[in-house]
Design a protein around this ligand. Structure first.
Ligand code: HPA
Length: 276
């Protein structure tokens, strides 16, 4: 019943990574669909294939690279996942805790989560970047289901400030410094891999969602459990289903992500420099 992972199960992954790097990190970053090129800017990179990390997961999505990159960026020691894991790949939510627990054991106090998302709020445009203010996940179990591991956090925990207000304020300052405007709103999780129906999008809007996507929430919940601060940034790669007279396609998602990745990268670079 539930999961049978122990603290040592996760520690084995972290010990392997630490044996390759020899140092702890300040900060962690998960790069979403087609945003992986930021990892090329990491200085003195130590690149570790997910497949080499014991007790870790393997990525199955083409636009996700499947590498952990550890090195220096903006004066910080950073662990960066280029390629993330999703429920639609066949993992259980309980398995999707692995990246955040690895980051926590590597010493990260803060994690930046990025993703591609569909815009549900009709005042948003393709290419906009949204600060995640909060999320709605009404699909499926919690990633924390199963036996609690007290070394990571308590059985019951607060998620009322899961996406740190301080980090959102910092992100806004960084954005205005580089002449960018940011949206702010609620990320609504859908399990995919199909995009949504127009009726689902109307329901999501009625429930308070501003953007829709297939990732991030289980990572944010796991981070909240172990006391890490979270900053979430969503790139609006498309208008959600039914909002325009056209289909939602993976090609459009990838194309928008690559066209806007420079802006997204400058913002993240600026934020990493400013984060304490
Ligand atoms: N729906 C769900 N996930 C997504 C979308 C979408 O429209 N665009 C990018 N990721």
């Amino acid at each position: 019943m539930g999961n049978n992972f122990s603290y040592d199960f996760f520690k084995t992954s972290a010990d392997y990574v630490l044996s390759r790097t020899g140092y702890q990190v300040d900060l962690a970053l998960i790069l979403g669909s087609s945003l992986g090129s930021l990892s090329e800017e990491i200085k003195k990179p130590i690149v570790i294939d997910y497949a080499d990390i014991p007790n870790f997961l393997e990525t199955t999505v083409d636009s996700h690279a499947g590498k952990l990159i550890i090195g220096d960026l903006g004066g910080k020691k950073l662990a960066c996942m280029s390629g993330r894991f999703h429920y639609y790949e066949g993992y259980d939510f309980e398995q999707l805790v692995a990246p955040i627990r690895l980051f926590q054991l590597l010493g990260a106090k803060t994690v930046i989560l990025t993703n591609a998302a569909g815009a549900v709020n009709s005042s948003f445009h393709v290419g906009d970047i949204m600060l995640i203010e909060d999320h709605i996940k009404i699909m499926g179990a919690s990633p924390l289901r199963g036996q609690n591991i007290p070394e990571f956090g308590p059985r019951f925990f607060d998620v009322s400030n899961m996406y740190s207000k301080d980090l959102r304020e910092l992100a806004k300052k960084c954005a205005s410094r580089i002449g960018m405007s940011l949206r702010e709103g609620v990320y609504f999780y859908m399990s995919g891999p199909q995009f949504e129906t127009p009726a689902e999008i109307r329901a999501i809007r009625a429930l308070g969602g501003d953007a829709v996507g297939m990732s991030t929430v289980y990572e944010a919940i796991t981070a909240a459990h172990c006391g890490m601060k979270v900053l979430g940034l969503s790139l609006m790669t498309n208008m959600a289903a039914g909002m325009l007279d056209q289909a939602v396609t993976a090609e459009e998602v990838d194309e928008t992500a690559s066209l806007t990745s420079e802006r997204f990268k400058s913002l993240i670079r600026e934020i990493i420099e400013e984060i304490s």
